[in-house]
Design a protein around this ligand. Structure first.
Ligand code: ARG
Ligand code: ZN
Length: 871
């Protein structure tokens, strides 16, 4: 039994803070053995709270050492306050006072990477959501906003760079080789946006002039060896700043904007005011070491964190149940930015695929929660695809329903009304209601109801009257704690196409009822409906398309997203049929219609290569799993591999031609068109390799050796390493290691390629890699590469019948939980889906969850996920 009882926090229990902090003055004495933190808080009673006798409540981690506590200079003795499980209460305090608090921290022993910790010899912080309480005692909740002034003192030789939020206002030398810098941030902020960095860092500097003429210094800091990998992040930052001025009318508001790259980081990046801290994987980019996907991630994350300066920092969240207020909105903003910088349709395809694969699975699992959750044990567990990606879809639907002009008015009003405040998703929707005059109360169910809605669509056509009628029914399955769902308000973008592909109608319907009919008149012949264009709502769609209709849409739909989607639907149908055959012991087949449709796409030089690549990529095993009634890992793998091999052989010449057409020999460029060509080229190579013919192995080897960029080199490496040519595979893996062993991010890829190798012996390989010198179990990127590489991207082996994959993962979770609970809870996800599998696998997965549950001293993070999974 877990000895600790973990408490549940409820949204309905929210109370405004009784005490406010106008100013926070911090002094950090950073030393090798420990750090002393002196905090001085200007505390006053909250005038909006009637009861002035409420105790002052400060959060502080149980393990944190409290050295001194005083009120207006009067030292408090232990009998003057109560300290229990993470909270310190002081009764009978005056109406205004200064609280001084000294704490002693051990950053070098902080393996959880929350609060103040060391990453490769530099000090850095991560305070969202509740890390500040590991630094000092504080009302560490987002609705307490205060002005911070921070002084850092450290050894000058070791830590020449001392950074915090805002502007540097003073500095000096302390003797004995120590120096200090004081930073002042004029913008009131919650403690989760506090940051500091101290280290020996190199810097890329640039500047930016805002629309109204403010000069801003842009500084990106990294280790000296990575100085050549910062240009792309800098360019992305400037693009994002310009875009936010143009599209949202939002300008930057400090004199300096800083980004620091750190190698040890639990998540992607953090939007601390004026001082973003980034995982190196989201900021460093160089053609030689970074893939196209990596470049796009850098562009997206740099923009995301920058956009938070308004959607998150200037207007923040009242409480953590409102997390999607900033995350959903900011993901929507960064997605639109990326769409404007690259191909809009491809970006939409990528995002819809992520939703359908991973978010839908979350919505159908034991951790399902609404975009605005109602309760949590550990808030870190709610930085989820639902809060981020589904939350962004909810904002996108508002954008679709209102149109871009009204949406912009609504966003202007939201920022104007709430600048400097900590607010709720209701406040966001209220601004949209105010500018549009619309009642969005039904729409708000998207924030309160969990689960993925299903649209069931049928139609009738009357050839005498020319009337076409669409019947749309919506439903939503139960989710934990929510048995019955009310109908949603959503946009259904659609078109009607004639048999020859001519578009008869294009528009957007609004659904509000459980069942609705839409009539279209003057339709000359039975149309084919193109439904849910652009994935206009995060739902599943069930309409009984015929094969011919899907192929017509794949050829002719005017909506690029739905062209792709028609092809995917067709492939899913065929794959599901092969899965059935595989189980029934019948031979599998790849029908000629699929081969000719693909031939047409592959040889049509007028199509964008990026789109062709998207269309010719079969739905992943993970997506097929999400769609399955009961997940049959073996059948999914067998059907998909069969289909890939059949398409490889049938279209060998066309794959080669596509490869040659895209292999332009031009030097690397990180623009969308070049990336699109590389994606089709490498997809073609992957099919060529599937034929198992020696010449294509030679082609892959040649590409590996001659490419001038990581995209092509890594694609070739993983194709050869995952192929039946084991010797060449081992040889290239060794060469790759020799070439890149000193590049941490490239070594993550090297681990990941091997962890996801689907050929026999996978578990033994990852076990061996976990003792390899480049692997480091303290580094979250390494853990993600190896553990998630195996458990999430090598499904066939992770789900081995003997349960060995499950046991391996559970061993890791138990070991990691003592060190880094956030990462442990996150890596645990695959086991939580146990109910979706056959009885044998389900029992084996459940047994591992139970084994964890029976372990003493689980963190709140892991306890919450395990206990909810077993319910
Ligand atoms: N606010 C950050 C972002 O989305 C994520 C920080 C999450 N941190 C955490 N410990 N869960 O950009
Ligand atoms: Zn964010």
């Amino acid at each position: 039994m877990s000895s600790k009882q973990h408490e549940t926090i409820y949204l309905e229990d929210y109370q405004p803070p009784a005490w406010l902090i106008s100013h926070t003055e911090l002094r950090f004495e950073l030393e090798e053995e420990h750090t002393l933190v002196r905090a001085q808080l200007s505390v006053r009673a909250n005038p909006a709270v009637a009861d002035k006798r409420m105790p002052l409540e400060l959060f502080g981690d149980e393990a944190m050492e409290l050295c001194r506590l005083s009120i207006d200079g009067q030292i408090l003795e232990t009998c003057d306050y109560q300290r229990d499980a993470g909270c310190l209460r002081i009764q009978n305090v005056p109406e205004h006072f200064t609280l001084e608090c000294v704490t002693r921290l051990l950053p070098h022993e902080n393996t959880a990477l929350e609060g103040l910790y060391k990453s490769d010899g530099m000090f850095c912080t991560q305070c969202e959501a509740e890390g500040f309480r590991r630094i000092t005692f504080f009302p560490d909740r987002p609705d307490v906003m205060s002005v911070f002034r921070t002084t850092l003192v450290a050894d000058k030789a070791r830590y020449p760079v001392l950074l915090s939020n805002g502007n540097p206002v003073d500095n000096g030398e302390d003797g004995e080789g120590r120096h200090w810098v004081t930073w002042d941030d004029p913008w009131p902020k919650p403690s989760y946006l506090f940051a500091l960095v101290a280290g020996d860092l190199a810097l890329l500097e640039d500047n930016y002039t805002t629309l109204s003429g403010r000069e801003v210094a842009l500084r990106i800091y990294a280790e000296r060896k990575d100085l050549d990998k910062l240009d792309y992040a800098m360019q992305s930052l400037k693009n994002a700043m310009r875009w936010d001025e143009g599209v949202y009318g939002r300008e930057y508001d400090l004199d300096i904007y800083m980004i620091v790259a750190v190698d040890f980081f639990n998540m992607g990046a953090m939007e601390n005011k004026g001082l973003n801290i980034f995982n190196t994987s989201c900021v460093l980019a160089h053609p030689k070491t970074t893939t196209d996907l990596g470049f796009q991630r850098v562009e997206g994350v740099v923009a995301h964190e920058y956009f938070h300066n308004w959607s998150g920092n200037r207007v923040t969240c009242r409480d953590w149940f409102q997390l999607s207020l900033k995350e959903g909105f900011t993901v929507f903003r960064d997605a639109e930015f990326s769409a404007d910088m690259n191909s809009r349709t491809v970006k939409r395809i990528e995002d819809a695929t992520l939703l359908r694969t991973a978010q839908f699975a979350e919505d159908g699992g034991p951790m399902a929660h609404p975009v605005r959750p109602e309760s949590y044990m550990e808030i870190s567990n709610f930085y989820t695809l639902t809060v981020y990606e589904k939350g962004a879809e909810v904002v996108r639907m508002l954008h679709t329903l209102l149109g871009s002009e009204l949406f912009r008015k609504g966003s202007d009003l939201y920022f104007e009304r709430h600048d400097g405040q900590a607010v709720t998703t209701d406040d966001f929707v209220a601004a949209m209601e105010a500018v549009s005059g619309r009642d969005l109360s039904q729409f708000k169910r998207w924030y309160s109801q969990a689960g993925t809605p299903l649209l069931t669509v049928s139609d009738q056509y009357d050839e005498h009257t020319g009337e076409y009628c669409l019947n749309v029914r919506q439903s939503c399955p139960p989710s934990p704690g929510q048995e019955h769902k009310q109908p949603y308000h959503m946009p259904l973008a659609m078109g009607l196409l004639a048999e020859d592909g001519a578009e008869l109608y294009a528009g957007c319907l609004e659904l509000t009822g459980e069942e609705q009919q839409f009539r279209f008149t003057d339709i000359a012949s039975r149309p084919v409906p193109s439904l849910l264009r652009g994935f206009s709502a995060p739902v599943k769609l069930d309409y009984q398309y015929s094969d011919a209709q899907l192929l017509m849409l794949l050829r002719h739909d005017t909506d690029g997203f739905n062209r792709w989607d028609a092809g995917q639907r067709f492939c899913i149908r065929l794959l599901q049929e092969q899965m059935r055959r595989y189980r029934a012991g019948e031979p599998m087949q790849c029908p000629d219609v699929l081969i000719s449709a693909w031939r047409e796409l592959l040889t049509d030089a007028s199509l964008e290569p990026a789109m062709v690549a998207q269309c010719l990529e079969l739905p992943s095993e993970a997506q097929l799993s999400e769609l399955a009634e009961q997940i049959d890992v073996t059948a999914i793998h067998a059907a998909r591999e069969f289909m890939r091999a059949a398409l490889a052989t049938a279209l060998e010449q066309e794959w080669l031609q596509a490869y040659q057409r895209c292999d332009t020999g031009a030097a690397y460029a990180a623009d969308a068109a070049s990336m699109g060509r590389r994606s089709l080229k490498n997809l073609a190579l992957s099919y060529l390799m599937l034929t198992g013919c020696e010449p294509w192995l030679e082609l892959a080897r040649q590409q590996y050796e001659q490419s001038d960029n990581m995209t092509d080199q890594l694609a070739a490496l993983s194709l050869v390493a995952h192929s039946g040519f084991r010797e060449t595979g081992a040889e290239l893996l060794q060469a790759f290691y020799q070439q890149w062993q000193h590049e941490a991010l490239v070594m993550n890829q090297w681990l990941s390629v091997q962890a996801s190798d689907p050929t026999p012996g996978a578990l033994a390989r990852v076990q061996a890699l976990s003792t390899h010198p480049v692997f480091d179990a303290r580094n979250p990127n390494k853990l993600r590469a190896l553990i998630a590489g195996f458990c999430a991207r090598n499904l066939f082996h992770f789900h081995a019948e003997d349960g060995s994959g499950y046991e391996w993962l559970a061993d890791w979770i138990l070991q990691l939980d003592r060190r880094n609970p956030q990462i442990a809870a996150r890596l645990l996800t695959p086991l939580t889906r146990w109910k979706r599998y056959d009885t044998e696998r389900a029992a084996l997965m459940q047994a591992q969850l139970q084994r964890m549950m029976d372990t003493a001293e689980l963190s709140a993070d892991v306890y919450e996920v395990v206990s909810k999974s077993l319910m």
